[in-house]
Design a protein around this ligand. Structure first.
Ligand SMILES: [Cu+2]
Length: 141
């Protein structure tokens, strides 16, 4: 009987701890926080080397790995067809700026491209609610 109750106790302790850990991997974003692309502007015609400047309102930029409230690091989605999953770390479908960078010079092919920012927390997971920019379209000549 002792080993049974020990197992039950272990499960009672471990399961909530696990659920708690999963829940806290997602960081809350403050009301009104938003990301935006400072440059280029939606509809701009740009050269093949285009510097994308990232903007963030209501939160701060922190490097990946640093768990600090109301912060995150930028992710850039180039020509994305869908948004990253909201409950797990973003992968190679986005460009990560885990050093806390706020701009990136891209070399794009000629034609139209879309750009969108998505903030991620210290584990690269989108915030709740997600902090992202409008998706803009640029024409590369
Ligand atoms: Cu990341």
């Amino acid at each position: 009987m002792k080993s049974f109750s020990t197992k039950v106790l272990a499960i009672l302790l471990i399961v909530p701890a696990f659920l708690y850990a999963a829940e806290t991997m997602i960081s809350d974003s403050p009301a009104g926080a938003s990301a935006y692309i400072v440059s280029p502007k939606d509809g701009d015609t740009v050269g093949q080397n285009v510097t994308v400047i990232f903007g963030l309102r209501g939160m701060g930029v922190a490097p990946a790995g640093l768990n600090k409230a109301k912060t995150g690091h930028h992710h850039l989605i180039v020509d994305g067809n869908h948004l990253p999953a909201s409950d797990k770390p973003m992968g190679k479908e986005v460009m990560h700026f885990g050093g806390g960078q706020t701009e990136k010079t891209l070399k794009l092919s000629k034609g139209t491209h879309t750009l969108q920012l998505m903030l991620g927390n210290y584990l690269h997971i989108p915030h709740n609610p997600p902090v992202m920019s409008e998706k803009i379209t640029v024409t590369v000549k």
